[in-house]
Design a protein around this ligand. Structure first.
Ligand SMILES: [Zn+2]
Length: 281
């Protein structure tokens, strides 16, 4: 390299340094990664000590500046992310949330009681939903929210996120997870490390159900299991067996229903999972 060229590069480098020092707007970093779309989970990185809000809602930020947030099935087209840095300066992003098209899924032959439950059963469903919501509402600082998930079961995908459901001809709530038609009795693995916040053997709709908190509002839900091998409060490792695939609750056949939440916001697990391994566990 010629001396002249080296000096020129040095000049550029020192001007850049000056520019960085001179501009308070550059003091704070904000990097977002992940699908800004309905059902999407977004990973963010900012400076330690920054405060982050999504449409005015406080977002938990890790000591290293990492954070996550997500968008529900019917999230509006626009969202605003605000960051206030430790020095008082701030920045924001106007996010365009991409809309998705959802399938219509018709399922027939379900017992009437499962489609139009009686009053006593509706009470039970309400009680169980309170319990499920509490488990998903857990706000911990577990550090397992930034990693890739392992597939909890392997098999054909028999139900996708967001589908509008017509059960025995009646419109019902959309399907908010991913159905993996793994063989009955095959192991269900924890998608990542975390703490078990719900382990119920017999919920009305979801049968044998486990919820695992991974931290920062991120939780995975496993439904219709025939057997559960974990208890509430237990720490599990990524890929640890937590029970077996079953056909409990409202199902037409054995499968694992995998759900993904950011607090109460239900996300699409398919958007965070890599390709499914071809080999069985
Ligand atoms: Zn399902």
């Amino acid at each position: 390299m010629s001396l002249r060229r080296a000096t020129f590069l040095q000049l550029i480098a020192s001007s850049l340094t000056l520019l960085l020092l001179a501009s308070p707007a550059l003091a704070g970093t904000l990097v977002l990664e992940g699908p800004v779309e309905q059902g999407g989970l977004v990973h963010g990185k900012t400076d330690p000590g920054a405060k982050v809000t999504l449409d005015g809602r406080a977002v938990r930020v890790a000591d290293d500046g990492g954070f996550i947030f997500g968008f529900g099935r019917d999230a509006p087209a626009e969202a605003r992310l605000d960051v206030v840095f430790a020095d008082g300066s701030s920045t924001h992003r106007d996010l365009k949330v991409a809309a998705r098209q959802y399938d219509i899924q018709r399922i027939n032959g379900l017992p009437t009681q499962q489609v139009t439950p009686d009053a006593a059963t509706l009470e039970r469903i309400k009680r169980e939903q309170v319990e499920i919501n509490a488990a998903r509402g857990v706000d911990s600082s577990l550090p397992f929210f930034e990693r890739a998930f392992v597939w909890p079961a392997v098999g054909p995908i028999s139900g996708v996120y967001g589908s509008q459901r017509i059960l025995n001809g009646e419109p019902r709530a959309p399907h908010m997870g991913l159905d993996i038609a793994a063989p009955r009795g095959s192991p269900v693995l924890a998608a990542d490390a975390g703490t078990v916040t719900l382990a119920e053997r017999d919920l009305f709709f979801t049968g044998g159900t486990v919820i695992i908190d991974h931290g920062y509002g991120l939780a995975t839900t496993y439904q219709h299991m025939d057997r559960i091998d974990v208890t509430v409060g237990q720490h599990v490792a990524a890929g640890q067996p937590i029970g077996i695939v079953g056909a409990t609750g409202r199902v037409t056949g054995p499968h694992l229903h995998l759900g993904l939440n950011w607090y109460e916001v239900r996300l699409d697990p398919a958007l965070v999972m890599g390709p499914m391994p071809t080999a069985q566990h």
